[in-house]
Design a protein. Structure first.
Lengths: 209, 386
């Protein structure tokens, strides 16, 4: 083998090794069947005991979630027949499942203080279903006040534009401990319309713990 | 002139001195990497010392880390080139066939470690009894999952790896009208409720405006996970959907709707979806009678692979992994009162190379021994006759 051939082979081997080392970051895409809502552990081993002699690290415990309101500031509610409640994680306090078929879901989120104010939150909700922001006057016009034992809730009902319409019914209420509670029913327009009467009954049933 | 230089480089690569220096570096790396595991954890130390081209150190007077020692990658690469150069220098005759085989075996062994270092993927699969899972997830790496949840039966999952988020800038999501502007990325952070009077959050949408984010140093220990956190602004059709906070510390995904399609955003451990699914039928944790000493852990799983029209039961137990579609599933851990099984999943395209290497080296040594034996016997015969 000539000297040039030897050198080329050596250089080729080096370049191949470097090429293997180049790992490109890119967005990947998967189409997957919908996951059943379950308390599947995202962090394996969170209450586990690693099997002896195996390489599984106890993968670091629960993530710190913001403290949850309890006692005086906590809200209670009564669910209509057929509805169920799943305790929330992280910022979400609870999730309600309605018996209505189709895409719809009710959530309870608690944030400290005014959480940015009513107009900002309403515009954020509108943004989530593709609607533009509104001003104070339109906010007042869109507001429906629902009375409950915990106080008055300001409720808004918005439906998106476009062919596949999304709808959101959302109420917010401040509690004596300074938190703001957001109760939202979101999903496709038709199932949300069916679930709305029951959701309004949940809002009316709100009371302080 | 060029020929002289090339000849010198060639001489340098095939020199024994280089072999000795590189082997010394490798020994030093092994000691340093072992000591570093105390603070960095196994994977952190291996990545920093062995699976890198340079060992870097951050000095307080410099804004970037400085290479202070050759890493395992560089030493291994040079050692391989050294070995190849030496092999090419061996005389090409049948009398040297054994040496050729031994050297080739060593090159294959080095190549195997390179392939493992660069391409081996360690993940895990956690399944509860009765649950079906069609993905494996990383122990440490994270992703921002942008999921189009519009279809009632399918989810379109777009995974943006944390390494891409760390680069910042705009990230187009192929196949969607979305572009994500990464406003800020924290490899590790601590989240709490935004206290009254605190400066406003970067987030303007979702739960983010009420959350305070404080950056924390990234952890590499085996038993810790980083709380990856990112502020992103989805833009579609020239319209901004506000800045959202996504974090490993936020449980529920947050969503917005663009032209009738709903997209959810969530930060989670990086997933790799599989074209097949495992259902955990039974998990057994046997102990020796009268003690708590484990005797056996086993998972009975139903493997369903529609593309192969396959559905069969497999028992995975300690030291008896399942090798399937390029991945190896080991029984690794358990939890939730023995209703959750955790399988460690290893994918190494070069897993066969060490075996090939062993065969080549053994064969080479045998051939070399036979050749030397024959030569020696012949010499003895010649002496007798002479």
């Amino acid at each position: 083998m000539s000297f040039v051939a030897k050198a080329s082979l050596l250089a080729g081997a080096g370049l191949l090794a470097l090429a293997v080392g180049c790992n490109r970051d890119q967005v990947s895409h998967f189409r997957v069947p919908k996951e059943a809502v379950a308390d599947h552990p995202d962090h394996p081993g969170h209450e586990d005991h690693a099997a002896p002699g195996q390489g599984m690290p106890p993968a670091g415990g629960e993530m710190p979630a913001p403290p949850r309101p309890s006692g005086q500031g906590s809200l209670k509610w009564t669910l209509p027949k057929g509805w169920s409640e799943v305790p929330g994680e992280g910022m979400r306090f609870a999730t309600f499942k309605s018996p209505v078929q189709g895409k719809n879901e009710a959530t309870v989120v608690v944030l400290p203080g005014a959480a940015g104010g009513e107009l900002a939150n309403v515009n954020r909700w509108r943004g989530q279903i593709g609607l533009g922001p509104i001003d104070d006057a339109a906010l007042t016009a869109a507001r429906v006040v629902v009375k409950s034992k915990a106080g008055a809730l300001n409720v808004y009902d918005f439906t998106s534009d476009g062919q596949a319409k999304s709808r959101m019914v959302a109420g917010l209420i401040s509690t004596p401990d300074g938190n703001t509670w957001f109760l939202k029913l979101t999903g496709d327009a038709a199932p949300v319309a069916k679930a709305k009467p029951d959701f309004m009954r949940i809002l009316e049933s709100l009371r302080l713990d | 002139m060029i020929k002289t230089l090339a000849s010198r480089i060639w001489k340098f690569f095939k020199s024994f001195q280089l072999t000795i220096v590189l082997l010394a570096c490798l020994m030093a790396l092994v000691v340093l990497c072992t000591l570093a595991q105390v603070e960095m954890g196994t994977q952190g130390a291996v990545n920093a010392y062995m699976r890198s081209f340079f060992v870097k150190r951050q000095f307080s007077f410099l804004p970037f880390p400085l290479p202070v020692f050759p890493g395992g990658g560089l030493v291994g690469l040079l050692l391989t080139l050294n070995l190849i150069a030496k092999t090419l220098d061996i005389q090409r005759s049948w009398t040297k066939a054994g040496m050729w085989l031994v050297h080739s075996g060593l090159v294959v062994l080095f190549a195997g470690e390179f392939v493992a270092g660069m391409m081996q993927v360690d993940t895990n699969m956690s399944i509860e009894v009765g649950q079906t899972v069609n993905y494996v997830q990383s122990y440490k790496n994270m992703e921002l999952a942008v999921i189009d949840t519009t279809d009632p039966t399918w989810d379109e999952v777009y995974s943006v790896p944390d390494t891409l988020l760390a680069k910042g800038g705009s990230i187009a999501i192929p196949g969607t009208p979305l572009t994500l502007n990464v406003k800020r990325y924290f490899p590790n952070a601590e989240l709490s409720n935004l206290p009254p009077g605190a400066p406003p959050s970067l987030a303007t949408a979702g739960v983010g405006p009420g959350v305070s984010v404080v950056e924390r140093p990234a952890v590499t220990n085996d038993n810790e996970i980083n709380t990856g956190t990112v502020f992103v602004e989805p833009v579609a059709g020239g319209r901004s959907y506000g800045t959202w906070l996504a974090s490993m510390a936020l449980g529920a995904p947050q969503s917005f709707t663009h032209e009738g399609r709903t997209y959810s955003l969530s930060m989670r451990l990086r997933r790799q979806y599989l074209p097949y699914a495992f259902t955990l039928k039974q998990f057994r944790h046997d102990v020796y009678p009268g003690t708590d000493i484990p005797k056996n852990f086993s998972s009975l799983v139903q493997v369903v692979n529609p593309s192969q029209k396959e559905s069969r039961e497999v028992l995975i137990y300690m030291n008896q992994p399942l090798r399937y579609e390029g991945k190896t599933f080991y029984q690794a851990s358990f939890g939730k009162n023995d209703t959750l099984s955790v399988l460690s999943v290893v994918e190494n395209p070069g897993w066969l190379l060490p075996y090939v290497s062993c065969v080549l080296v053994s064969l080479g040594l045998l051939v070399h021994f036979a050749i030397v034996l024959r030569r020696s016997l012949k010499r003895r015969q010649d002496k007798k006759e002479g």
